[in-house]
Design a protein around this ligand. Sequence first.
Ligand SMILES: [Zn+2]
Length: 445
Amino acid sequence: MRLLHTMLRVADLDRALAFYVDTLGMTLFRREEYPTGGFTLAFVGILSALVQGGLVRRIIPLIGERRALLAGFGFAVETPPFDCIDWVESGADLAVDGVAFQVKVSAFTLGCEARAPLVVISTVAELEAADIAGKVVLLRGEIAQGQLMPKNFPFYNPDEHQHIIHLLETRRPQAIVAATARDPDMVGSGVYPFPLFEDGDFAVPSVYMTDEEGERLAGYAGREATLAIRAQRIPAAGCNVVARKGGSGQRRIVLFAHIDARLGTPGASDNASGTVVMLLLAELLTDYAGDLGIEIVAMNGEDYFSNPGEQQWLAHNAGRFGDILLGINVDDVGYRKGRVAYSLYDCPAEIDPVVREIFAGYPGLVEGPLWYQGDHSILLLNQAPAVALTSEELAELMAEITHTPRDTVDVVDPAKLVEVALALYNLLQRLSEDFGSRRTAPNSL
Ligand SMILES: [Zn+2]
């Protein structure tokens, strides 16, 4: 069985299964009774759901919509909803003069049945000057060198990208064909060709192809192209899952692990790994009763084009960042190569040494470089101190595995996830002792 696994001994199996299966939405694979030994083994997994992929399971939380989430560990749980889209596709066909071209459907695109002359565009200046209304546009070369940010992506959005998107939407071509190579700046930089657009808000239907295929297609400029894209956007809803415990005092610790995976990827490292850490940590915190508030945020939509979960959490927390003693983000953690890397951001003098001291007690943890692509960035933007945990070999992971179909369970070492959960548990206990007025309850685990 290829599972990221850990073993828990529980006193009441039915109660534990009710939590893991009914509440968290995990799957019970097998149950073995050992009457002579007086015990039962139950094999439960969450990664199988992730491996199934698909947007519905991705954006509507794997761990269910029930408000009772994590209640089994004594957390109070909210599942604030947000609007999003579901998206389905079944391929595309492009032909010019009866010659067929290989294309891939851009994630989240609208469908179309286009028939129009082909216009070839290589630069922004050409795009500004060209008459593309009603045409099929091939974008290749300079203008298609790097992936364009989704138009409503809130955290990083260069003017040049916005300008290109605006030109395309206002000039109204029937459809776009993007010819691309590799984008070294993209997560999943080994992907060839890469999708120039991955944007469910973008109003022009699109497909993409290799730069080689684009060169062949460019020879047909001015000829009539037919492009059928079989894709559909479907209005849907998703939600974050926010679990709280403790906190009769003023301050709280916020822990993030995003629960969605990139469309079309299994998402074992990104971010089933972080999700597993949070579940282990939640169980370790079963008896926590400190004054320091603990808030576990299963963030939804981190790898979705418009980050609806982050936007919602930010809106809910507007004006309340001052009570965050520390924010902790766990993302892409436990890669089987290298150690777990932590990094500190704007931690005040009384927090910084505590984090380092606790983490120094775990040989699998090492301080790594700063990185700004994860959910801890939204804490930094709001002047809240943060710690991020990811993998030491993040560069390799991001280039070759993250956001690709290779992000499967075998890339993650489960022992590392357990170590991270224990390190975080000890950090929370220590912070609660130092900053809460009551001590945490002892925990037998
Ligand atoms: Zn991630």
